[in-house]
Design a protein around this ligand. Sequence first.
Ligand SMILES: [Zn+2]
Length: 1109
Amino acid sequence: MNQQGHMASYGQPQSGYQGYQPFGYNSQHTAGVPTSQYGPYNGPVQGYQPTAVPQGPLRTASGAPPTSLPPSTAAQSTAYNQYGQGDVQNGPAMSDQLQRFPVSQPYMPGSHPMPYQQYAPLPNNTQQLPNQMAAMQISGSTSNAPPPPASQSYGPPTSHHQTTASFPLAGPASYTQYPTPLQNIPSSVPQSGNHPQHPFPGQPVPASTFTSPPTSTGLTGSTLLPPSGVPRPPVMHGPPLSGQPQAGLPPSQHPTGHYPPQLNHRPAGLQPGMPGVVSGPPAQGFQAHPSQPSQGLGPQQNGSFGQVRSPQPNFAAPYTGAPSYPSQPQPQQKRLDPDSIPSPIQVIEDDKSNRGTEPFSTGVRGQVPPLVTTDFVVKDQGNSSPRFIRCAAYNLPCTSDMAKQCQVPLTAVIKPLATLPADEAPPYIVDHGETGPIRCNRCKAYMCPYMQFIEGGRKFQCAFCSCVTEVLPHYFQHLDHTGKRMDCYDRPELSLGSYEFLATVDYCKNNKIPNPPAFIFMIDVSYNALKSGLVQLLCEELKTLLDYLPREGNAEESAIRVGFVTYNKVLHFYNVKSSLAQPQMMVVSDIADMFVPLLDGFLVNINESRAVINSLLEQIPEMFADTRETETVFGPVIQAGLEALKAAECAGKLFIFHSTLPLAEAPGKLKNRDDKKLINTDKEKVLFQPQTSFYNNLAKECVAQGCCVDLFLFPNQYVDVATLGLVTYQTGGSIYKYTFFQAQVDGDRFLNDLHRDVRKVIGFDAVMRVRTSTGIRATDFFGSFYMSNTTDVELAALDCDKAVTVEFKHDDKLSEDVGAQIQCALLYTSCSGQRRLRIHNLSLNCCTQLADLYRNCETDTLINYFVKLAYRGVLSNPTKTVRDNLINQSAQILACYRKNCASPSSAGQLILPECMKLLPVYLNCVLKSDVLQPGTEISTDDRAYIRQLVTSMDVAETNVFFYPRLLPVHKMDVDSDDFPVAIRCSEERLSKGGIYLLENGLNLFIWVGMNTQHDLIQSIFNVQSFGQIDSAMTALPMLDNPCSKKLRSMVDMIRAQRPRFMKLMIVKQDDKMELLFKHFLMEDKNVNGGASYVDFLCHMHKEIRQLLS
Ligand SMILES: [Zn+2]
């Protein structure tokens, strides 16, 4: 390599950038990365080509394997494909859009193959449309309407029978092992148990309460089981579910008669007769408070709902089948049976069986989608898929007073570029021609299904601001007799919830069509980076990885150009121009005022310069192999990348591979300011704040240029993630951290992450704007972005994994008739330099009754918001304040429900809305997370890292991150593709004879019980006994037996579901690593002082009672 002075090429004209023409390189996908992840970019492209749609219904027409869609779909697809490239013909054919669920009939499961009816013509004005939608909704959800069949699988299952779960946190008497005589008498016909759902005629009270101690029946699905309020005769205190299948769980999961009556269902993992139940202490933290005897009302006397447990002498030792269970009855200990409180697993499984079988069609306003843990297909019928937008409340309170009263945050989690499964078509691209997308004249909302055409189609009235806009001649279309445009179903923007517009030059920076983006790889070549094997590994990988840069649609090669920089205390730029025989290095040692020493030859087309690039990548590890330089700079690295993009007049992404705290003298130099003594003090917030404003300013500049920064960290000690990650955070970038990186051990994980990161769908230089109909507006945003004003979310880049959480507040009254409309518009530059707008629309219901609000909530989304609120809160408040605020708001939400919606009952009972019955358990997981309640073992950097990761997580990610998935491996069915049903995250659910897989999106463990059968150990680990298992292994041995294959395939599938590659850790029971594993058993008390679920539920109950009294 030639080393040249840094000025050698400076100022040379930038020949070749504008004249760049793609070459015929044929890119391929990398094995191991599902192509579907990149589906959208293989989808329709500019001037939409019918054959370019590989997914969804259209696939059928183009010869791909038929999908399970109705036969008509294929015909539609064919018809659709007949459209040419006209600017208006991008919509799917009509019949697909015409399919709607019947308005007046409950959907009958099993009525295949005709699950849908033809949808009646749309009403001819927007007033009617919401009316109709509202009517549809009402018919399905209010308790006044005849309930649909109990087993109906469509629609929010919780709406029909019970929308409340109440729990047996009655007075302390409930927990006493030997209740007083009065309490011993089970109330055979509890008062409210007779009619818990309609205590007041006309007022739907979606309450199913759980008294003390309850059976689990009240907690299981709300559709298959009778509402928990249904009176149960005392005999039900025996195995209550015998012969009564629980939704979602195979019957084999519920043997009867093998456990004492008070165990309503056996904890998964504990098999009758199976020896060796792990001796996890049951949640014993609960102490009854005899001094507060339930305000004089025993649960049996008031709202006990028939589920009072009869006296159980062995109450505290429920697992009689488990000889090793250590917790013998202790008369002084009073505990709440964990099986009697709401189980996340039960809720997840119920939703899977109730809602996972039918497609979720978005045509009905205000419909709560299936849970994120349910595998379901979405049909876009005018509202965005929940994969793009998910709300905490689908029924917004009409007034701000109501909103304040209930304290339920009105929030949506928006993931504009979300990856869709292979059987769902990516958003169509619409081209409205030279005049650009059709918009409202006043509020600039984009054309969407909610706009109402009037005056014979010559004008339309905006659904967001009511302003009337003239229809441009080229967009004119006649209306049919219902007032709907004749071409409604030919146009995605009139019939679908999500679609894209091609943007015109007016939407481009400086009114100039953007250049394709660039990727710049910036590699730390200081001592640590070389020693760990990072530089060698990375350079080797880049040789092939660069073949997989994102491509537009069917383009043969990526338009993205690449550049390379290495650095330690100084920066080295490389000229890799195709005409060179060898790469040239230019050193910039004056890092105080960063500039780019070369323009021509720095950013190149990979195929043109392949030989030179390969040569460079081979030489870099050699060049620095003997380096003694331990100091690095960081700020100038970002500055260099930014300047390079500026010079090239393009957006792009910097991939920075960095190993140390930047101590070298340079702008953005940092010092080690880690101080764990600050934890739990008022100054703790400092740990999350950047130590200098330098990076704030730099981030702002990066955003202005569309320069996204991805940061791969390889620290051996404190590197100040809170500061280093700031630019990444504000530019929509991703951060990865590999502590104590060793290429041999962690290489897989790093390379997998890098592959996915380089290849994923991404938009650059983006602005997101959320518009709303009159009455509410977006007031707050959470995520990885920058905001210079109160309305525009500015993103240097946004990729398919990033979500933005938005909070709405009232600025006026909402109307039940009209509902509330949300439109999210993301303007971005695609990977080929095309300027586009992705539009997502969602319409919500509005209500004047709080009960309607509580009936149509989504706790997972609520938690996503709470986490982000809290994790932002730690920047300015002590963590204790943040935790208290969360508890307080949640208690208010639940107290308001109790006060206004639930049937009157003893204050000793905890009554939760059905849709929010998991709020306490999930909230507790958030409260005791490492950011909010750290232990001594977690580093300051890890806390900052997790804080940053969580901020851009979508709902599915926060869900599993805070309540991990725990799968009993020993129960997997090797002949099925399904995973075993998960078990609750508690040590007492683990069997010594079992093997379990735990994952939370970042960590992946396999826990092995010490009594695991030798056969199973042999078939998975290829050793004969528990003692021989090597817990240092990071991959399971490849064995040719069904068990091994199934488990490895499970691991692969789980990894593919998550945005980050999870390193596998083997944990043997009683091993020292077990402590780490136990940290993820979220229902248990933890060593950092985090409460057990049972204890926390009692605490929440206390909080609620205080609010009510
Ligand atoms: Zn408008």
